[in-house]
Design a binder for this molecule. Structure first.
Ligand code: PLP
Length: 380
């Protein structure tokens, strides 16, 4: 019997038992994967095994993969690579994670934000025009766009975006953190010049990610250190975490079990939500979304209150609003969608994962009903 219901997998997920087992075993190995002795060689073997598994499921070659400490670092390396290759105009999606958006703003002088429509779709005509203008002015442009959004789960049609990008000789960076092992790899992996992924949203360990660079893309070698990962990412490799990453890698090629489970749970949740709170708004519903993600707002029920009320009832969800210095700010993603401020402040994200079941949906809805009754009692 579960004591808590965890519905915040887009933030991070519970590690799968066989991943814990493999990591625990790898921790018994003491060698540095760069050392030439037997202990080092056995660690190297584990790293290369994980790299191979990841390459296989992503449809790339092992040589395209650089292991990092997570997707944030992978994004930084990708952006530095773009800069070192002479790309000088950064077109960044309005709903990108700060790992991409904030670092691009820091690194490039010319950053253009790609606007979204109210449903979370990018404006293809706008992108076409802007990339054409960049090409005409001899700018070297690249586009950074997510495969899927972390807050509302909307999926970007990368085939279409990449067609426009390639038409103007631009390059494409894809943040596939939320897509990894939740969408078929062939829907995002083949389109990117730089692809960033992370292990911890789908039952893998925290603190490990990867940058995949397509043939023809050169990483930047501007971070001095031990020269690991072909000089693109110095630092002693975190062998146990990489082993854990390798264990969840096959799920990137085989998402059927995950998508059928989570689509069922998400749909059940949303129909119960709308039956009890008919005025609830579900963000991104008109767009293709990740099967595991539901971001909704119940008007006049602040996200802060709802998240805390659910927490007290034993249910973990997250708010679309960020709380900093005591002030609740509405989410940048919902701002990019031009959601009304009052509604955005009520936005809550429920994200399902591999260890959820129908009883978790019922428990979450019951907890919301209880919290709502209390809220109405207090207001009366
Ligand atoms: N990009 C997206 C879309 C994310 O959701 C996250 C994590 O929440 C990141 C990047 C950063 O990933 P990491 O935690 O591996 O640094």
């Amino acid at each position: 019997m579960k004591t808590r219901i965890y519905l915040d997998h887009n933030a991070t997920s519970l590690m799968r038992p066989f991943v814990i087992e493999a990591i625990t075993k790898a921790m018994e190995n003491c060698g540095n994967a760069s050392s030439i002795h037997i202990d080092g060689q056995s660690s190297r073997k584990l790293v290369e095994g994980a790299r191979k598994a990841l390459a296989l499921s992503m449809g790339v070659t092992s040589s395209e993969i650089v292991f990092t400490s997570g997707a944030t670092e992978a994004a930084q390396l990708a952006l530095e690579s773009a800069k070192s290759m002479g790309f000088d105009a950064a077109f960044i999606g309005a709903a990108e994670h700060p790992a991409v958006l904030a670092y691009a703003m820091q690194l490039f002088e010319n950053v253009v934000i790609i606007p979204l429509d109210l449903a979370g779709n990018i404006d293809f005509e706008w992108l076409d025009l802007k990339l054409s203008a960049a090409q005409a002015s001899n700018s070297r442009a690249f586009v950074a766009i997510q495969a899927a959004n972390n807050e509302i789960g909307t999926i970007n049609p990368l085939n279409k975006i990449s067609g426009i990008v390639k038409n103007y000789g631009a390059a494409l960076m894809v943040d596939a953190v939320q897509a990894f092992a939740k969408m078929p790899a062939h829907d995002y992996a083949g389109y990117a010049d730089w692809l960033i992924i992370s292990a911890h949203k789908v039952g893998g360990p925290l603190g490990v990610g990867a940058l995949l660079m397509a043939p023809g893309i050169e990483g930047a070698r501007n971070r001095p250190g031990g020269g690991q990962e072909k000089g693109f990412r110095s630092g002693t490799l975190n062998v146990p975490a990489i082993v854990g990453f390798g264990k969840v890698a096959p799920f990137a090629g085989e998402v059927g079990e995950f998508t059928s489970l989570t689509a069922c749970l998400r749909d059940d949740f949303e129909s119960a939500l709308l039956s009890h709170w008919p005025d609830a708004v579900i963000f991104g519903q008109a767009t293709k979304r990740l099967t595991n993600t539901s971001c909704f707002a119940i008007p006049n029920w602040s996200a802060e209150h709802l998240v805390i009320a659910l927490d007290l009832e034993g249910v973990s969800v997250s708010s679309g609003a960020a709380c900093s210095s005591g002030a609740v700010k509405s989410s940048a993603v919902l701002k990019a969608l031009r959601a009304p401020e009052q509604l955005a402040r009520c936005a809550v994200r429920v994200s399902f994962g591999w260890n959820n079941c129908k009883a978790d949906v019922d428990a979450a809805i019951n907890a919301m009903l209880k919290a709502d009754a209390r809220r109405k009692q207090v207001a009366a």
